[in-house]
Design a protein. Structure first.
Lengths: 220, 220
DNA sequence: AATATATAAAGATATTTTTCTTTATTCTCA
DNA sequence: TGAGAATAAAGAAAAATATCTTTATATATT
């Protein structure tokens, strides 16, 4: 099978993940600068504001395709457009969220995602009392409805904010319904087919880092 | 100043951050295994269940101080205790949360943190309507009260879930009040003194990774 | 117009993290 | 009791990432 393909298809650029993770920060900053009226910004300035290494900023900027002017910096307008394009803020991805609890509600309500390329169009739960309700205009359905809706609409992202015990079965469902990427907030390792993108957001992990550093500081 | 110290103090072990971030996953798994009645678990088994490399699991386990038995694996009881100790789940850290909105409420309500070494003891906001209310038994105060309470209690962690615009000023306050670590959920880069630990949880970054991967998949 | 300077960009190096190899132990099963 | 097999542990190699260095360019200043 492998030997039949001419070469590995090679994703078009393969931007390093740490770079991708920094992109939203750049965009946030550049938007603020433009609102302030700044026409240009240099990599060293960006670096200082975000606490990064200047050359790293230059390297990251290279991935946006924007070329800076020596001694002037990058055009903020050009940068903003390039970053928005890079992050896919134009082509809107639609998402389903399963588990309309506290965290799920926070995500649904959050305006930021709308202008960030993702729109949560429906939520699902197993709690009867939530059926038919709305969270910021987003309807909450019974999980039974999921199949029907997902096949009709073109939903690419599935968000899991159910308790840990239910996460795997929800993921299995999402795979069946044709979801392309799963954004998982439950503290479990999901098992899904290779082609499905899984992004875990383990809030615990961040807490662990904090507590570990606190402990280190104490014993030094 | 530097030249006076014999050598760099060298934190006692300096566990790699990726290792620290995996520790909660291990603990979650080991707890589940113990409940199931398993007395031992081997690194390869853990690796398979969490989708990790077996030798990486072995290396991570080494940091807990637990020694495994050849052909048997690690004692689940020993592992659980060691992981809990490593993650500081025993010595309880107390935290203040500022910004009792949607996300803040979700964090406060979340039971998981209580058994994870951190207890949110009070929340603060600028919205008058929230003063005097409680979220799952955690009182919400005016931000004015912050100083007074923080100095009396021994609060080591400050959680910021305010809008981005208010985050820096809240961080400044936290520094003044003697907070040791800041857990920041607002999408901004905080400027604080060196000795203050800052952990950013930029939910945007995860979304960026998903959308980037979706885009790559499409163009391949 | 000439010079000094800040900058982008490309290349090289260093560091961190993961994966691969090897070795030795000890438990299981014949 | 002994051969075989699965494993932990330590070391080496590889990969990914971040930092440092150099070079060339364009711009503001004199
Ligand atoms: N709240 C936080 O701050 C936080 C932090 C870290 C991790 N998490 C994780 O996020 C997840 C949700 O946390 P939460 O605090 O919002 O919990 P929650 O109890 O408020 O919400 C869970 C929701 O999922 C629904 N649900 C349960 N089983 C379901 C199923 N099989 N299908 C569909 N819906 C189902 C419940 O009815 C409920 O509405 C948990 O896995 C938790 O570990 C939350
Ligand atoms: N909700 C999410 O899913 C999500 C996702 C990513 C990032 N965030 C970030 O988390 C933060 C909070 O988001 P949210 O959705 O909970 O917003 P929210 O509006 O629900 O909550 C913000 C709260 O902060 C309070 N506040 C405002 N200014 C304050 C100040 N100076 N001091 C103290 N309190 C103040 C408000 O009264 C409000 O209660 C934002 O910075 C947002 O960008 C949220």
């Amino acid at each position: 099978m492998e030997s039949l393909t001419i070469t590995t298809p090679k994703k078009q650029q393969a931007v390093p993940e740490p770079t991708v993770r920094r992109m939203p920060q750049y965009l946030h900053l550049v938007r603020a600068l433009r609102e302030k009226g700044d026409m240009y910004v240099s990599a060293p300035v960006i670096a200082r504001m975000l606490g990064l290494d200047p050359t790293q900023v230059v390297k990251d900027m290279a991935y946006t395709g924007v070329s800076g002017k020596t001694r002037i910096g990058f055009s903020t307008e050009e940068l903003q457009l390039a970053l928005e394009d890079f992050l896919g803020y134009n082509r809107k991805h639609e998402a389903f969220l399963v588990g309309a609890g506290y965290l799920g509600s926070a995500l649904i309500q959050y305006q930021g995602f709308r202008e960030a390329g993702m729109k949560i169009v429906a939520a699902f739960d197993t709690d009867k009392r939530k059926f038919g309700t709305e969270i910021q205009g987003v309807p909450v359905f019974s999980l039974e409805k999921f199949r029907d809706l997902a096949s009709r609409l073109h939903i690419s992202i599935g968000i899991i904010t159910t308790p840990a015990g239910a996460a795997q079965s929800v993921a299995d469902l999402m795979v069946v319904w044709g979801i392309k990427a799963i954004w998982n907030f439950a503290p479990v390792a999901l098992k899904v087919p290779d082609q499905i993108i899984v992004q875990d957001t383990h809030i615990y992990a961040n807490l662990a880092v904090i507590i570990n550093k606190l402990g280190q500081q104490k014993n030094s």
